[in-house]
Design a protein. Sequence first.
Length: 409
Amino acid sequence: MALAVLQPRLAAANERINVGFIGVGGMGTNRLNGFLRHADMNPAAVCDLDSTRVDKAVERVRAARNTTPMVFRDYRKMLESKDIDAVCIATPDHWHALPLIHAAKAGKDVFVEKPLSYSIGEGRAMVRAARAANRVTQMGNHIHNDLPNYRRVVELVRSGVVGKIQRVSIWKTSETKGLGVPADGAAPKDFDYEFWLGPAPRRAYNPNRSHFNFRFFWDYSGGNFIDFWCHITDVVYWALDLKAPKFVSASGRRDLTDDNAETPNLMEVQYEFPGLNVVWSLNPQGPPGFENWNIGAAFQGTDGTIVTNYGEHKVFRKGKEVTDFARPEPSIPDSPGHIREFLDSIKSRKLTTCDVEYGHRLTKGGHLGNIALRTGRRIQWDDASEKIVGDKEAQKRVTRRYRKPWKLG
């Protein structure tokens, strides 16, 4: 993927980059810790709707840097600060689009967690905003850069060591225990639940609907499927330079007791690309022979199969693993690391490898799988117009209507 240069150049190579952190829960704290490893990054501000999480983030910054960041509960107030160069967005999925769009308009560069968006329409709006403002962006698909394995797999696939790829099978093991069925009630006093709902429909507060478990409710995310889609499908899109499927069909269900969550833990999705079928399986157990791999992708070619997870890969011919094959010379440059690449790109103004446009292309496939599942129909996708062909009900799910007063854009 060619790296374009964004203008204007905003930071000299030796300048410290002031970063604001929007969302400092589990993943947000993980990202904060990752950014803190870089001496040229100044943790200038933290923002969260849960004051207990803000307090912990402030203490983390003080312990690491002996400084106190600015504190915000409304990210829009943070974006007004001229002392902020970039933001890291680690919020629930339904809160990825608006902070990125508003940050871009405010002249901030953006690191945003995967999946890029809650919907395809949001993803397109995010791309437009980032491009219009010439912003550096990076989707938090960190395995792309933080482990060398994917680079070697991409090189192997492209070298033709297993021939022409005809089919790709992808899997992820899923949850086996329900979340329980807690009663609705009042939100904790230190948590701004109304703001947290944001553009999503108004619902009574339930302990399972927010924080980590938000991903198991359709209002805010798309389950284990969309949570891990970008991580493992990244190597497939990268190796085969995939754009978008033409047809998608899916089936699935939530097969757990003592549970009030909504998204499936059993799911099969069939993607029809030109000359290629891609099948995704979500199941509590991995496929035969790879039960101990909780995530993986198998590139099935005319002369063999390459199977990979995040950190390792294997080559098979005629059902047996082989090691005595000619490996191609490494051709994909090593990465300085996912966060380091983002910080370097802020200074150089070059696009990152998981820029918002690549993030949208990748995330789009996961959204189409969930649309096919929820409509129960095989859908046809026109990627040029980013519309579903001949299915008005399915098309409504491409971009959802925001709850007032929130607007996309």
